[in-house]
Design a binder for this molecule. Structure first.
Ligand SMILES: Nc1ncnc2c1ncn2[C@@H]1O[C@H](COP(=O)(O)OP(=O)(O)OP(=O)(O)O)[C@@H](O)[C@H]1O
Length: 251
């Protein structure tokens, strides 16, 4: 394992985390630091354990061993709703939006401090409309009618409707056309500019390069490399070794 570079104070840290799903031992001692106010990319091949790591942080799978510290407190025994209350938002790979509800209702349900649309923070909503114009256009449409990319935008906007301490986002670029991926990167860069702490799972190295301050690479249920994103971007041999990336990943 490569030596981690000097990191600012972590908002979230995992130490020796093991997770079992039924009879399967999926995470084999994950060590991960997520520094405050920055974007940490979680990369790795299919099946490496990235989604399981996010679900373990949220308490959707229970760590069978190890320590999860958020904001200095252990969360490994805390319930999922309580973890969400502590200000961690999770955008799962399947997006978790409500297809039969309108775009507006989806956003309202994600806002813990507003019970009706008029109570939503108007300034923040305008900011989100600027980042995701489709949300304004389809405000009163059922979310199920949106395109795949628009649904992904809605899922992320739901996590951004209120300021959060930490956002966990699972593969936001998955299945999106290149133009949509560019819009997604722009929106996530605007989020990054607010100094929100983000842990972002990606398979697309272009997205990782554009957003990451730090990177952790998983393989077989462990973090096998942690460091600055810029170091990994500059080292093609390391990319090849860790991710099997070739020059094609840079185009
Ligand atoms: N519900 C489950 N039951 C059994 N095994 C599972 C379950 N969910 C995930 N796994 C297994 O755990 C391992 C890690 O899966 P995980 O989804 O965390 O990987 P990942 O790195 O997010 O990959 P991907 O990019 O394909 O989503 C895989 O071998 C997967 O088959």
């Amino acid at each position: 394992m490569s030596a981690p570079s000097q990191l600012p104070t972590p908002l979230l840290s995992l130490r020796g985390v093991h997770t079992h799903i039924g009879a399967y031992h999926i995470l084999h001692g994950v060590d991960l630091q997520v520094p405050e106010g920055q974007v940490t990319m979680l990369l790795g091949r299919n099946g490496a354990g990235k989604t399981t790591t996010l679900r373990t942080i949220m308490g959707l799978w229970r760590a069978s061993q190890g320590q999860l510290l958020f904001n200095g407190q252990s969360i490994e025994k805390v319930s999922t709703p309580e973890i969400a209350q502590r200000d961690i938002a999770y955008v799962p790979e399947n997006m978790g939006i409500f297809a039969d509800l309108t775009v507006a209702e989806n956003l309202l349900l994600a806002a813990r401090r507003a019970r009706h649309l008029k109570a939503l923070d108007a300034q923040r909503l305008e900011w989100l409309f600027g980042l995701f114009p489709a949300l304004k256009k389809f405000w009163l449409y059922p979310a199920g009618k949106l395109s795949g990319g628009q649904k992904q935008m809605l899922a992320i906007a739901r996590a951004m409707i209120e300021p959060r301490r930490l956002l966990l986002i699972d593969e936001p670029s998955k299945g999106l056309a290149p133009a949509m991926i560019r819009s997604m990167i722009t929106a996530l860069q605007a989020l990054k500019a607010t100094r929100t702490t983000v842990l972002l799972v990606e398979q697309n190295f272009m997205v990782a390069k554009a957003l990451g301050d730090h990177v952790a690479v998983m393989d077989d249920g462990r973090v096998v490399h942690a460091g600055a994103m810029a170091e990994l971007v500059a080292d093609e041999a390391l990319q090849q070794r860790l991710l099997g990336l070739s020059l094609a990943a840079h185009q």
